[in-house]
Every structure is written in C-alpha cells, then in structure tokens.
Design a protein around this ligand. Structure first.
Ligand SMILES: Nc1ncnc2c1ncn2[C@@H]1O[C@H](COP(=O)(O)OP(=O)(O)OP(=O)(O)O)[C@@H](O)[C@H]1O
Ligand SMILES: [Mg+2]
Length: 498
C-alpha cells in the first residue's frame, strides 16, 4: 500500500494551540458558519483555508470535501477548491469530479479507511483515493496534471460519527507540514463537521418548508374547488328537487290528501276524487323524502358558505321576540301534529343587531330540534334575558334531553348523538343543524350553549346576540363580513327554506 499513517509524531503531541492558530480558526469558523445554504457552505469549506488563510503560499493546492451518502452507500465528492490545480485535475479526469462516488465498502480505498478508522492518513499515490472508480493509470494522470505531491486525509467527525473526509492536497512533503498547520487543519475539520451538519439540517428544513408550502397551496386550491363544487351542485340540485316536491304536493292536494309528516290521513280527503290508499302512501313518502333531501342540500350549501368564508351579514336592528313569534307561527302545524305547546315568555327586551334571515334560521333549527326530540304532549318555552351588552334567548323543551358526556359534541359537524338516533332517523336529520347554528351565532360575535340534566330530562339551548347600540354591537358592525361583488353573486342563490 502506498500510504503511511500520518503525523505519527504529531498525533501524540498535546501542545496547546497557538494564539495564531486560534485566531485563524475563529476566522474560518466565522466564514463557514456565516451561511446556512448547503452548497455555499461546502464551497466555502474547500476554498477558505487556501484563500483566506493564505495556505496557497504554504504549498496547499486543492481541498476536497467528501461526504458519506448512506442512502446510496457511497462516499460522494461534494466540493473542490477553485484553484488552477483543481481545474487541471478535473480536465484530466476520465470521470467528472462529482461522479467519483466511492462505495462505502471499498475497504482498500484510503478515504474509506480514513472514514472507518476515524484517523488521518496521508498518501503520495492518488490511486489510493480513487480506486475502484478510476484505474491506477487514470488516477495518476489526474495527480500529474494537478502537480500534487502529497494528499492528507482527515475524517470529518460529528458527535463521534465520521460523516466524511477532507482531502488536503499539497505540492510539498508531509514532513514539511508544521505543527501549526497540522493543528489548524485538525481544528478546522471539527468546525467543518459542525457547519456541514447545520447546513444539512437547514437545507432539509428549507426543502421541507417549500414542499409544505406547495402542498398547502394545492390543498387550498382543492378546498376551493370542493367549496365551489358543493356550492354549485347543491344550488343546482335544489331547483329540480323543489319542482318535484311541488308536483307531488299538487297531486296529493288535488285528491284532497295534503301530506303531513307522519302519515296521510285518508279519511280527511275532501275531494270527490279518491287516490288509492297505497298510491297515497307512496306519494306521501316520496314527498317526505324529497323534503329531507332539500333540507340536506340547504345544509350543505350553508356549510360550504360558512367554511369558505363567503357568508355575509346584513345587519339590522332586529326585534328578537317578534321573530320568535313569526317562527312559532311557521311551525305551528308541525307542533299541532305532535300535540306540542310552544310558549313565548314575552318580556320587553331591547332590539339586537343581527342578520334577520340568519337568526330566523337559528330559531328554525333550535325549535325544529325541540319539536323533533320532544314526545307528544310536551312543551317548548322560549324566554329572554339581558346581561351586559347581550340578549340571551333560551329554548327549553321537555324532550329526550342530552347525556352530559354528549354536550361537547353537539355543535360539531354530523354531531348526531346515539341516544337520539331513532328519533333523528325518523325525522331524517343529518346532524348539521347545530353546527350551522353555532357558526351563524359565532359570526354575530354571540355565544351558544346547551344545558340538560340528562336523558329524559329535557334540554335548554341558549344563544346570545349583541344589543343594538352597545359597544358589542359596534364591534360586530365593524368586523362583520360584508357583501362584496364576489359574495353578491352567491347571495342571489340565498337560501330559502322551502
Ligand atoms: N332539543 C334537543 N333535545 C335532545 N337532543 C337534541 C336536541 N337538539 C339537538 N339534539 C341532539 O343533537 C344532535 C345534533 O343536532 P343537529 O340539529 O345538529 O342535528 P339533527 O337535528 O340530528 O339534524 P339536522 O339539524 O341536520 O337536520 C341531534 O341529533 C340530537 O342528538
Ligand atoms: Mg337539527
């Protein structure tokens, strides 16, 4: 083998570093650690000793950094000094510099030996550091072209692991390397280890960041596409569904059988035409199903607007008690069907600042739920109270109640509870109502909560809205999502509760 163990006499030396060496190391450290980009850092590693410290004058010509690439299982040459000698070696080389990858198991290669032994070596014979990639002849040709006499190899060690090898090639003999030079090179390889590790981490972090940013943009685009699709699809679906519903209603009406939710009361048919009983049953079921579909599509449309931030508020001073009476009138038939009484405790309260249509929807959802989950003969009570700048509206029923452990889940999407599954299945709920309700109250800067002593004990839902003219109302006015040209187009398709 054409290599010697380097600096046998110097390795044992414990001479403290001279002031000059320490200063030089500081200088190098500053230069290398100044940048975090991997390619810049490795290039600086190959250049700074020669240019900044004037090692060219000391006979050093080429510094090469090689790093172990565990994925490819090779020792890869990553940077090379920008000197005429290095250029000549590259020119003469049969294989381009960056492609000279030494397999990590090439144990007769001196670079691999340096890596494995974690010890410095020296050679005057370049085939030692090029085999098996270059032939002896090719390696010697490179060496001759560069005019290199001796190459010193130093392991780059980070936390006791050799991550690569630094090659210092000189036009002088190993015996002419002074103790100061040796000390500096030794100290330098430690700095190099740290700098490479930092740069690698930073660069991979930057790459991950870029990938994440890209993925995030893509997700946003997809999310918007989804929102647009849901918005358009639900809107388009509503029109034919509403037509189907109207035609079924007309057909049933013509034969005196106005559909009501539970069953069609055939005896009450007033028309002289009689629809066969089974046909009436089929049609009324179709009617109820299409009604459910319309509700679902409305919910989807609503959610897509809420989630894409396209919902806007048309704030007016609203009489919340009067609105409760209007909604009560709307649901009276349903309540009568189930023999449920609705009481409104009309006490004088201030007007609230709110989007009337949206609060109308909130009422419909909450009273609708109470009607759905309260058995026949029950009562629903709507009451009001004022606290600070808000009016609290409570809707209390004597219905199935809610298990305490389920309360936190109520306002989530598809938050249907197992206990109410049967009732909900009968009435065709999707579990979106309270999610939408909460979102609508949220954008009004109000709160909503549910209380229940447990199953069978009834429930109370309470929501708050800012009193018109208060600071809370002013804040809402200032921050509320307003109509823009973008949203205007969508508002045209505003939700009608069919
Ligand atoms: N007044 C109530 N009494 C008992 N349980 C209720 C009441 N209101 C809501 N819940 C429970 O909360 C669940 C979620 O209500 P939500 O209004 O979100 O959905 P839904 O009524 O089932 O369906 P949707 O409103 O979408 O048609 C209900 O399925 C029910 O389990
Ligand atoms: Mg509901």
């Amino acid at each position: 083998m054409g290599f010697l163990n380097v600096f046998r006499h110097k390795i044992s030396s414990t001479t403290p570093k001279t002031k000059e060496t320490i200063q030089s190391l500081w200088k190098l450290e500053k230069i290398i650690l100044d940048s975090l980009d991997f390619h810049t850092v490795v290039q600086k590693i190959s250049d700074s000793v020669l240019t900044e410290l004037g090692y060219l004058d000391l006979g050093y010509r080429i510094i090469v950094l090689t790093l172990a690439d565990k994925n490819r299982n090779v020792l890869n040459r990553v940077s090379l000094s920008q000197t005429p000698e290095a250029a000549k070696a590259q020119e003469a080389s049969a294989i381009p510099f960056h492609k000279i990858d030494i397999p990590l198991d090439a144990n007769d290669n001196l670079l691999i030996k340096t890596l494995n032994d974690k010890k410095p070596y020296v050679t005057k014979f370049w085939p030692d550091i090029f085999k098996p990639i270059l032939t002896e002849q090719q390696a010697l040709r490179n060496q001759a072209a560069a005019g290199i006499k001796t190459s010193m190899l130093f392991p780059v060690i980070v936390r006791d692991i050799a991550i690569g090898v630094l090659i210092f090639s000189m036009v002088k003999d190993e015996k002419d390397v002074t103790e100061n030079e040796y000390d500096l090179i030794k100290g330098y390889t430690d700095v190099v280890g740290l700098a490479v590790q930092n740069a690698k981490l930073y660069t991979s972090l930057e790459e991950t960041k870029k990938k994440l940013e890209f993925a995030n943009t893509r997700l946003k685009e997809l999310d918007k596409l989804k929102d647009d699709f849901v918005s358009v699809a639900s809107h388009e679906l509503r029109t034919p569904m509403t037509a189907i519903k109207s035609y079924i209603w007309m057909a049933l009406n013509k034969y005196g059988a106005i559909p009501i939710r539970s069953a069609i009361d055939t005896k009450s048919a007033k028309s002289k035409y009689k629809l066969p009983e089974d046909l009436q049953k089929y049609m009324s079921r179709a009617y109820i199903s299409v009604e459910r579909l319309i509700n679902l599509v409305n919910d989807m449309l609503n959610i897509s607007r809420i989630e894409s931030g396209r919902i806007t508020l048309r704030l007016t001073q609203t009489d919340i008690v009067q609105l409760a009476h209007e909604v009560k009138d709307e649901v009276l038939t349903k309540a009568a069907e189930k023999n449920i009484t609705i009481n409104i405790k009309t006490n004088l309260v201030h007007r609230v600042l709110a989007d009337r249509d949206k609060i109308h929807e909130v009422y419909l959802n909450l009273i609708g739920n109470s009607l759905k989950f309260t058995p026949s003969g029950g009562t629903i009570t709507i009451s009001f109270s004022e606290k600070e700048s808000f009016i609290y509206t409570s809707i209390t029923d004597t219905g199935s109640g809610i298990n305490k452990k389920d309360l936190p889940r109520l306002f989530t999407k598809f938050g249907r509870l197992d206990d109410s599954y049967v009732a909900a299945a009968e009435s065709g709920g999707t579990g979106l109502g309270l999610f939408i309700t909460k979102s609508l109250i949220d954008i009004h800067k109000g709160t909503i909560s549910a209380q229940s002593q447990g199953t069978g004990q009834g429930s109370t839902f309470t929501f708050s809205l800012p009193i018109a003219g208060t600071i809370a109302a002013q804040t809402l006015k200032k921050n509320a999502p307003r109509e823009t040209t973008d949203t205007k187009e969508l508002e045209k398709t505003s939700i009608n509760f069919v």
